[in-house]
Write a protein that binds this ligand. Structure first.
Ligand SMILES: C[S@@+](CC[C@H](N)C(=O)[O-])C[C@H]1O[C@@H](n2cnc3c(N)ncnc32)[C@H](O)[C@@H]1O
Length: 301
C-alpha cells in the first residue's frame, strides 16, 4: 500500500475523478497531506468538488502535469514526499464523453487532448502527417499489425476531405482491415493516436527519470499502467533501481558498480481481481507496480 506513514505527504499525479485520492485521504491522519494533479481541467474541477470537504490545508488539487512535480514541490516548499501514485492513461470520464473524441464508439470531434490548453489534436496527426509517420504511430503505439493498410486508407480518405470526426476515422479503419478484426483495430488505432497526441510515453519516461530524488527515505512510488509499452518501461526502471548489478549478461564479473536504490514491493505486477474486472472492464489490462526508496540510497542525480 502506498500510505505507510499516516501523517506523511502524498501525491496523486493523475487524480482524474478522485477515486484513488479519496482512498489515500482516508488512510491519512489530520496532519497528513495530499497533492492532486491532473492535466485535464475537467478532472481538476470534478476531483476538487469531490474532496472539497477535506479542507484546503490537507488537500490541494492543481491543473499540472505529473512531469512538473519537482517544480510544484519547490513552490509548495516541500523537499520530499512519502508516496506518489500514477494511474496512467485516460479516465473513464474522458472515454465516455463523446465531445473529447477518445472513443471510436461515439460520434465526436477528432480531438483526444487531455489538456485542452494544448493546440495539437488527433485531427492534426491524421490530416497533417506523412503516410509513413501515421503508419509508425499506429504500429508503435497501437501495436496494430495492419498499420500500413490503415495508414493508406487514412491518406486516401483525407484526400477527399480532411478527417474531422471519430466516426469517419472509425469507418476508414474498418474499410482497411478484416471485418472480424475491426473492433480491435479501431481500439488500437485510437489508442495509438491518443498516446501520440498526449506524448504519453515521453511523459512517463520523464517522470521515471526524475522521481526518485523527490521521494523521502522509504518513500513509495506506485504506477498503474494499461498497456504493455508503459508497463515495460515501468518494469525495467523499477528492476534497475532494485538491482545491485546492471551489467549485460555474460560478463565474467560485474563492472557497472551499480548499487540498488530501491526495493521492489511488487515482485510481479498486481492485477485486478475478477470482481474488479466485472465492476470496471478497463481494469482487465491494469498492471500495478510499486517500489520503496531505500533509506540510504545514494542517488546519482
Ligand atoms: C486513469 S485516469 C485516473 C483516475 C483516477 N486514479 C481516479 O481514481 O479517478 C488518468 C488521469 O490521468 C490524467 N493524466 C494523464 N497523463 C497525465 C500527465 N502527464 N499529467 C497529469 N495528468 C495526467 C488524465 O487526464 C486522467 O484524468
Amino acid at each position: 500500500m502506498l500510505v505507510w506513514n499516516r501523517s506523511g505527504i502524498y501525491v496523486d499525479g493523475t487524480i482524474g475523478g478522485g477515486g484513488h485520492a479519496r482512498a489515500i485521504l482516508d488512510r491519512l491522519d489530520e496532519s497528513g497531506r495530499l497533492i492532486g494533479m491532473d492535466r485535464d481541467h475537467e478532472a481538476v474541477s470534478v476531483s476538487r468538488a469531490r474532496i472539497a470537504g477535506d479542507g484546503t490545508q490537507r488537500v490541494k488539487v492543481m491543473h499540472r502535469e505529473f512531469t512538473e512535480l519537482e517544480s510544484v514541490l519547490e513552490t509548495e516548499h516541500i523537499p520530499r514526499v512519502d508516496g506518489v501514485l500514477l494511474d496512467l492513461g485516460v479516465s473513464s470520464y474522458q472515454i465516455d464523453t463523446p465531445g473529447r473524441g477518445f472513443s471510436f464508439q461515439a460520434e465526436g470531434p477528432l480531438d483526444m487532448r487531455m489538456d485542452k490548453d494544448k493546440a495539437f489534436t488527433a485531427a492534426d496527426i491524421v490530416n497533417g502527417s506523412s503516410r509513413d509517420e501515421i503508419e509508425r504511430i499506429i504500429r508503435e503505439y497501437g501495436e496494430e499489425r495492419q498499420a500500413r493498410s490503415v495508414a493508406n486508407a487514412i491518406v486516401r480518405t483525407r484526400a477527399k476531405a480532411p478527417l474531422a470526426s471519430t466516426a469517419r476515422l472509425a469507418d476508414t479503419i474498418r474499410s482497411a482491415v478484416r471485418r472480424r478484426w475491426a473492433v480491435k483495430s479501431c481500439a488500437r488505432v485510437f489508442q495509438a493516436l491518443r498516446i501520440a497526441v498526449n506524448q504519453e510515453l515521453e511523459k512517463l519516461k520523464m517522470a521515471l527519470d526524475t522521481m526518485l530524488p523527490l521521494l523521502s527515505h522509504r518513500g513509495r512510488f506506485g504506477v498503474l499502467s494499461y498497456h504493455s509499452l508503459e508497463d515495460r518501461m515501468v518494469k525495467r526502471t523499477f528492476e534497475t533501481w532494485a538491482s545491485d548489478c546492471i551489467c549485460p549478461p555474460g560478463l565474467p564479473q560485474c563492472v557497472c558498480r551499480h548499487k540498488r536504490v530501491a526495493t521492489l514491493l511488487t515482485k510481479r505486477p498486481v492485477v485486478a481481481s475478477r470482481e474488479e474486472v466485472a465492476n470496471n472492464p478497463r481494469a482487465r489490462s491494469a498492471r500495478f507496480r510499486m517500489i520503496e526508496r531505500l533509506p540510504d540510497a545514494q542517488l546519482i542525480n
